[in-house]
Design a protein around this ligand. Structure first.
Ligand code: ZN
Length: 116
């Protein structure tokens, strides 16, 4: 079995040459497609071999929908947080905090996707 790219590059040692690095890279074709980042979408985004900004979503509508869903959850979280100040008992506060934890749990599925 072929070693992982990371290990193949490490195996070249500290004095590895650019030629050695390129020879290793030639054995590891780039990933050609990744799933669309919108939850529930089963389409893929293809790697732009010709350059340009790689797509994170299969379509503009998927990108907008994901953003809108994330903003909705963020809005719910902010509103719940402002409601916390009105909770006059521990039990009522816990009810709101439980709801907030649930929204945070949902939000974890909507990371801010960026390409560095
Ligand atoms: Zn999509």
């Amino acid at each position: 079995m072929k070693p992982r790219l990371e290990h193949a590059l490490q195996a070249l040692g500290e004095n590895r040459s650019v030629e050695d690095i390129l020879a290793v890279l030639a054995d590891y074709p780039v990933c050609k497609e990744q799933p669309c980042l919108r939850m529930g979408c089963s389409r893929v985004c293809e790697w732009q071999a010709s350059g340009g900004r790689p797509k994170l979503f299969c379509s503009e509508s998927c990108r907008r929908r994901q953003l809108r869903e994330r903003e909705t959850l963020q809005g719910e979280l902010a509103e719940l947080e402002s409601c916390l100040t009105q909770a006059d008992t521990v039990r009522r506060r816990q009810t709101i905090e439980t709801q907030m934890a649930n929204v945070r749990w949902q939000l974890a599925r909507y990371p801010v996707a960026t390409l560095g």
